[in-house]
Design a protein around this ligand. Structure first.
Ligand code: ISL
Ligand code: CA
Length: 600
């Protein structure tokens, strides 16, 4: 490409570069119930996971993260834990788990677990004791409060906080002890009272138990919810139609959370030399607030899961309402996070899917045709794997799995989806007076954002009746597209999404600029093309060009990138490409990764 100017690229200077293993790692998230069933009961299990280690090793990931496998009544799929130190019998035994740990370590991979300590299950013995009577020594391990009396003498919850899951109260009445308990999530998930030092010590003990047992780290669930505003004040009334008000600002990111997290770290992780932690932190913006959780000097977490891109297509104040989004907004979100962490010595986590989200290909790419599904899944893979941070792949993402098509509203299982449907229906009944209002439009929201989309069983093959996930009856219906999208076919086919990921992981493992380099956004306003540079002093730089559309785009290389000389195409999702010139012809969902000599 002809160079008109020769202005040097901006090369930031600061970055957290040390020898921590997790920076360069790719972490594969396993949703155990839906991964692989070894004994035909229809439920994925630990021995099943063990049989798939070679598959994961072949893909090239370095770490396995297991969603909760502890004893749980499964009201929220294991995120309601009844015993932190025992394996749910559905998944196997502690011996099975030890075997998994050893097999994972034997092949040079690491194992991290999921820690859910904002709340327990109602079946946890702490809560069973706590609710037994107002005098019980464990009473103060949870938030118990007497009812508030309404104007007409009616019993109201102690404050007006709305649950995070829907529009109802965050409090639940306990008939036995005649008080309410706080539960930000479902009524089966009472919030632990972290103000109580005994609770904090008990959590430290759990973490140390698993660290002693040889795990390599934790993903820590909903951790920015653990500190509540002292005295639990009412939220301001922003929705006059109901008593229950949005109250997130009173229980998310409250100052004491940082004291609790530092104490946790010092009492546990800091005592082990090479563990990693990632905190799940909804609604943390790319500001100092994020750095407070992850800056090494703070001794809290190694990284957090930020949420802004996952929320880009959600109608505000709804659980799962879907809205269209525009590419420049997505670019700004990533630009903010990439720049913030680089400039201030923090660290990013990179993900586009997990068990709470619709499949990325159906939200950010296209599942309209099998061809578009494959192309756009590859494009998204290139996107994620050419950013700075620790990379996460959610099971099935490496196959380019799409959201479920063709289910009726009634077929969905997930508690968030069910709550969303119930509440929307109730609202319509209230507003229209019609006892059975039309709710068919909700299907569109759920087909995009429903949590079940990421939870369908892994399609291991295209032939067997249940895709070789199980020989029995699967606990959850498979995504009907498994004949087209499955692991056996993908492993056979060098043009598959699986191989594309595998190759990207290989490239990333050798080209450290992709992991550590600075990020420079190009063409921020372009509605279809997401392009950026990755630069690192003294190393070859990368140019990434991604067509986020089904259209053929003639893309004029922006002026600021026009001194890219001698670019070499490293990888892409089409067989041949037209020359990297002043104008690129990009086909539907095309992605390209170029390298060029560093410029100083
Ligand atoms: O799933 C969500 C919306 O669809 C999120 O709001 C999610 O509930 C939030 O990110 C917290 O998630 C975590 O804690 C929840 C659990 O249901 C999720 O599965 C878990 O990832 C409560 O433990
Ligand atoms: Ca099983």
């Amino acid at each position: 490409m002809a160079s008109t100017k020769n202005t040097p690229f901006f090369i930031p200077t600061a970055n957290a570069v040390d020898n921590k293993w997790w920076r360069e790692a790719t972490i594969y998230q396993i949703y155990p119930r839906s991964f692989c069933d070894s004994n035909g009961d229809g439920i994925g299990d630990i021995p099943g996971i063990i049989t798939k280690i070679p598959y994961l090793k072949n893909l090239g990931v370095n770490v396995l993260w297991l969603c909760p496998i502890y004893v749980s009544p499964q009201h929220d799929m294991g995120y309601d834990i009844a015993d932190y130190q025992a394996i749910n019998p559905d998944y196997g035994t502690m011996e099975d788990w030890q075997r998994l740990r050893d097999e994972v370590h034997k092949v040079g991979m690491k194992l991290i677990m999921d820690l859910v300590v904002n709340h327990t299950s109602i079946e946890h013995k702490w809560f069973v004791e706590s609710r037994a009577s107002r005098e019980n020594p464990k009473r103060d391990w949870y938030y118990w409060r007497p009812a508030r009396l309404g104007n007409k003498g009616e019993r109201l919850p102690p404050n007006n906080w709305r649950s995070f899951f829907g529009t109802g109260s965050a409090w639940e009445w306990d008939e036995g002890s005649q008080e309410f308990y706080l539960r930000i999530f479902t009524k089966e998930q009472p919030d632990l009272n972290w103000e109580n030092p005994d609770v904090r010590t008990a959590v430290h003990d759990i973490v140390n138990f698993w660290l002693e047992n040889g795990i390599d780290g934790f993903r820590v669930d909903a951790i920015n919810y653990i500190a509540k505003t002292p005295n639990l004040p009412d939220a301001p009334i922003t929705d006059p139609t109901t008593y229950h008000q949005p109250a997130m600002h009173l229980y998310l990111n409250i100052a004491t959370v940082h004291t609790y997290l530092r104490d946790l770290n010092l009492a546990t992780f800091a005592r082990y030399s090479s563990t990693m932690t990632v905190g799940e932190t909804p609604y943390v913006p790319a500001t100092q607030m994020a750095l407070d959780y992850v800056h090494p000097s703070r001794k809290e977490f190694d990284m957090i899961f930020q949420w802004e891109h996952m929320d880009i297509d959600r109608v505000p104040n709804t659980l799962l309402g879907w809205k269209p989004w525009a590419l420049p907004e997505l670019k700004q979100i990533f630009n903010r996070w990439q720049t913030l962490m680089y400039d201030h010595g923090g660290w990013n986590s990179l993900y586009m899917e997990n068990h709470d989200q619709g499949r990325s290909v159906s939200r950010f790419g296209s599942d309209r045709t099998p061809e578009f599904r494959k192309l756009s899944a590859k494009m998204l893979a290139m996107f994620l794997s050419t950013l700075s941070g620790t990379l996460y792949i959610f099971q099935g993402q490496e196959l380019g799995m799409a959201n479920i098509k063709g289910w009726e509203v009634e077929e969905y299982n997930d508690v968030v989806t069910l709550t969303y449907i119930r509440e929307e229906k109730e609202k319509r009944v209230r507003e229209s007076g019609n006892p059975s209002p039309d709710i068919s439009d909700l299907l569109n929201d759920i087909q995009k954002k429903g949590r079940d989309n990421g939870r369908t069983p892994m399609p291991w093959s295209g032939n067997a009746p249940h895709a070789d996930f199980t020989t029995g009856t699967p606990w959850m219906t498979l995504n009907p597209d498994f004949r087209d999208c499955n692991a056996a076919a993908a492993v056979e086919d060098k043009t598959s999404v699986f191989y594309f990921w595998k190759e990207l992981l290989r490239i990333r493992s050798e080209w450290k600029t992709l992991v550590y380099g600075g990020f420079r956004l190009l063409a921020p306003d372009d509605m279809r093309v997401f392009a950026y540079l990755r630069v690192r002093p003294g190393a070859k730089a990368a140019v990434v060009v991604l067509n986020f559309s089904s259209e053929r785009v003639e893309w004029n290389v922006p002026e600021e990138a026009s001194n890219l000389m001698d670019c070499r195409l490293v990888y892409g999702n089409y067989d041949s490409v037209e020359e990297f010139g002043a104008c690129l012809i990009l086909r539907a969902w095309e992605c390209r990764l170029y390298e060029y000599e560093h410029l100083h």
